[in-house]
Design a protein around this ligand. Structure first.
Ligand SMILES: Nc1ncnc2c1ncn2[C@@H]1O[C@H](COP(=O)(O)OP(=O)(O)OP(=O)(O)O)[C@@H](O)[C@H]1O
Ligand SMILES: [Mg+2]
Length: 230
């Protein structure tokens, strides 16, 4: 993946230092599988945005010695723990498939931990960057973030392109990708719920131009929410 350097005409990050940390904007970034979320996040980071990645946080929590592992072991036993102490995803998936209550129990363990860690990383990122992108792949499906962020930014492209890019990159079979897409909100619902939309049906230059334009807007956007409630 090309890590693009900020374009020469890019507004320097310090241009927004006039916005106090607690008023710096929080942008929720989402989109379907393979739509280009990670690519877009990289382009914002290259321009100085702060980034908090909820997927990465979930993985850290279920890594060996991760913050969720003791509770997961208590709830499900060693059958879902891999030899290295991480969550055995395949075993957990099989268990959740045969027992839907297990999936809810896992979510009841993970979601509050992810939420707390995400909030703490947002606070840290906010004091270091002019605005913060929080990447939440299932923002519309899980709902907690939709009202927390100042803007919902989606990366959009035709479903056929999502399938092509995902199968090429991940080696997942077409049918598996289609099943994942079917379990996510529809493209139309995502577009209807968005404040800002990046069209990733074109090439990388077109993507970069859209990121640049949003970046300029986010630099001066003031957050209406500030600190999390409670
Ligand atoms: N405009 C583009 N042109 C060509 N390839 C692209 C474009 N945007 C993204 N890609 C490629 O498509 C694949 C998926 O992009 P990316 O990983 O950014 O999507 P994602 O939404 O983060 O996916 P996931 O849901 O799996 O996390 C990657 O291999 C990426 O390099
Ligand atoms: Mg990604």
């Amino acid at each position: 993946m090309t890590k693009a350097a900020p374009a020469p005409q890019s507004v320097p990050a310090r241009a927004a230092s006039a916005v106090p940390p607690e008023q710096r904007a929080l942008i929720g970034l989402t989109g379907g599988i393979g739509s280009g979320k990670s690519t877009v996040a990289d382009l914002f980071v290259a321009r100085g945005a702060g980034l908090v990645d909820t997927d990465a946080i979930a993985h850290q929590l279920t890594a060996p010695q991760g913050g969720a592992m003791a509770a997961i072991r208590d709830a499900f036993g060693v059958r879902v723990i891999a030899a290295n102490g991480a969550l055995d995803r395949a075993a957990m998936r099989a268990l959740a498939f045969s027992d839907p209550a297990a999936r809810h129990r896992l979510e009841a363990i993970l979601h509050p931990l992810i939420h707390r860690q995400t909030e703490s990383e947002i606070e840290a990122a906010r004091s270091a960057a002019p605005y913060v992108i929080v990447a939440v792949p299932l923002l519309f499906e899980t709902r907690v973030w939709a009202t927390r962020v100042d803007r919902i930014l989606i990366v959009d492209c035709p479903v056929e392109l999502q399938i092509e890019r995902t199968t090429e990159r991940s080696g997942l079979a077409r049918l598996q990708v289609e099943a994942i897409i079917a379990a996510q909100v529809t493209r139309a619902d995502r577009i209807a719920g968005a404040n800002d939309i990046i069209d990733n049906s074109g090439g990388r230059d077109a993507l970069e131009a859209q990121v640049e334009e949003l970046h300029r807007r986010y630099l001066t956007l003031r957050s209406s929410s500030g600190a999390p409630p409670g």
